[in-house]
Design a protein around this ligand. Structure first.
Ligand SMILES: Cc1cc2nc3c(=O)[nH]c(=O)nc-3n(C[C@H](O)[C@H](O)[C@H](O)COP(=O)(O)OP(=O)(O)OC[C@H]3O[C@@H](n4cnc5c(N)ncnc54)[C@H](O)[C@@H]3O)c2cc1C
Length: 392
């Protein structure tokens, strides 16, 4: 395993790092104070910059209009975008990797425009009664000739306020496949309605509205993948997102450690910098050590995904993605907590990066599968395969 980034990947890291530091991070405090609102003109300008830099749609293959980056290269990008608070790094828009399952016609209507920034997607799985158990959908899709009738309510639809189409997971005939199907649903269709825009702990540049689908008529050629493969395809999305969440958590932790270290070396109390006190040093040393561990896991999981050939390889990647997400998300939360402590009262102010990350990183232990669910995945995979298959 190659633990050193190649010169090409270092160039990529340098490019994303420069963009985030110079053009994105300076917007954080204004966006935070505006509860996550990003001026539409600024958003448009940033999207144009991202496209000019070749940093949009990095996950999808070139044949559908994406940049076709390896998972390791995507991890490099996500680590850097994770350094910005308020999800400002999401201006590097990246349509869901599972859009690679689209038919040629769907590619032209949805995927290429989404890669180009002309259309935006969101992913709607979660419901009031179906969270961790994403197999228990009450949203239904019933076949009626050449179309499907879609009914149900979806919660926490991230970017549902920006998107113009959704990937909606719905229950279909339980006798076919996994009993779930994914649909590409235009959000301007009759019967599609935003119920509300709930407020959350964080202030991100994208919201998480609740959507209701009432007798929405979705043409059959809007099925993504096969009928009855919805859960399987969503698992692929989870796998990819878990590795990228881990990478973003590493980026956030790195920024927090650097900020807290700089503060510790300059903030004087009792006649000397607080960084001279061992209890402060312990927090910084533990943070850096845990970050190093999380980075190694994250990049190893990404590399395993790039090298996976068989179905069993993919199952091992799935487990490693869970381990990386579990460890990196919990590590980042510990690091944010220590950073708040090191900054003292300043760390409790919304203008401080540690305060913002302390709130924002909390969700990393919940979405794309909670920490408890990651542990279940890891434990069952251990029982099935043994530790050697998962470690080497
Ligand atoms: C800000 C935000 C954005 C989101 N964005 C999206 C999105 O874009 N699309 C989407 O579809 N979903 C989205 N989600 C939903 C997210 O994926 C779910 O919240 C998550 O999967 C957990 O489901 P739940 O909230 O229903 O909790 P529940 O499943 O009800 O779990 C509640 C608690 O019980 C625990 N638990 C559940 N089952 C077990 C078990 N078997 N063993 C041990 N403990 C268990 C959980 O770990 C958790 O602690 C988002 C959520 C948030 C908060």
């Amino acid at each position: 395993m190659d633990l050193v980034l190649s010169p090409e990947l270092l160039d990529l890291q340098h490019k994303v790092r420069g963009f985030i530091a110079e053009e994105v991070i300076p917007l954080e405090v204004e966006v935070e104070m505006a509860e996550g609102r990003l001026d539409p003109a600024v958003r448009k300008r940033l999207y144009a910059r991202v496209k000019a830099l070749g940093l949009n749609a990095v996950s999808l293959p070139e044949r559908v209009g994406g940049r076709g980056f390896s998972w390791v290269a995507q991890a490099v990008v996500n680590e850097e975008i994770g350094k910005a608070t308020n999800a400002l790094g999401w201006v590097l828009w990246d349509p869901a990797i599972v859009l690679a399952f689209a038919t040629p016609d769907q590619v032209e209507r949805y995927v290429r425009p989404a890669c180009a920034g002309e259309r935006f997607d969101c992913y709607a799985v979660t419901e009031e009664g179906a969270g961790s158990d994403a197999s228990k959908m009450t949203t239904t899709a019933v076949r009626e000739g050449d179309s499907w009738r879609l009914n149900g309510v979806k919660w926490h639809v991230t970017s549902g306020d920006l998107a113009d189409f959704a990937l909606v997971q719905a229950a279909t005939d339980p006798a076919i496949g996994d009993g779930n199907t994914l649909f590409l649903v235009d959000l301007n269709l009759p019967g599609v309605e935003v119920i509300d825009h709930p407020r959350y702990m964080h202030h991100l540049i994208a919201g998480h509205p609740r959507y209701r689908f009432s007798d929405v008529c979705v043409p059959h050629d809007h099925v993504l993948g096969e009928v009855g493969s919805g859960l399987e395809i969503s698992k692929e999305w989870f796998r990819h997102e878990r590795v990228m969440i881990a990478a973003r958590c590493c980026g956030a932790a790195e920024r927090l450690i650097d900020a807290a270290s700089e503060f510790a070396q300059t903030r004087v109390q009792f006649g000397q910098p607080i960084g001279e006190y061992q209890s402060i040093q312990n927090m910084l040393a533990d943070s850096l050590t845990e970050l190093w561990g999380a980075r190694l896991m994250t990049f190893a999981a990404a590399q395993a995904a790039d090298e996976a050939k068989t179905a069993e390889d993919i199952k091992i990647v799935h487990t490693r993605a869970s381990m990386a997400k579990l460890y990196a998300s919990e590590m980042a939360h510990r690091v944010a907590d220590r950073a708040v402590q090191i900054f003292g009262g300043r760390g409790y102010m919304r203008e401080n990066v540690a305060e913002r990350f302390f709130r924002e990183l909390r969700v990393e232990r919940i979405w794309e599968g909670t920490s408890e669910i990651q542990r279940i995945i890891i434990a069952y995979s251990l029982y099935r395969r043994g530790s050697e298959a998962l470690l080497y």
